[in-house]
Design a protein around this ligand. Structure first.
Ligand SMILES: [Zn+2]
Length: 91
């Protein structure tokens, strides 16, 4: 059955999005969800929970090794593609 415009508007009065509440990290100063670990530095309550810096280093090393393996397999053709990927990551 069709509702009136007022009925629809009343229902939709609760549909507005709220901005998320964010806390400031005591270690690096970036914003993070309250009662959650900081995703930038891996600290929670002034204590390092996860070593995100070393994880990122490992990840970049792994990616580099993968790219070199691809380059060795496909030669100069893949080189242009991987350089495009690197420039896209920098942006
Ligand atoms: Zn932090």
């Amino acid at each position: 059955m069709r509702h009136t415009r007022a009925h629809t508007a009343n229902r939709r009065s609760h549909h507005a999005l709220k901005s998320p509440t964010l806390a400031v990290c005591s270690n690096c100063g970036s914003h993070h969800r309250p009662h959650h670990m900081c995703l930038q530095c891996g600290f929670y309550k002034g204590r390092q929970v996860i070593d995100l810096a070393s994880q990122k280093e490992k990840r970049t090393a792994r990616m580099q090794a993968k790219k070199e393996a691809i380059k060795a397999q496909f030669g100069s053709e893949a080189e242009a593609v991987s350089q495009k990927e690197v420039s896209a990551e920098k942006q």
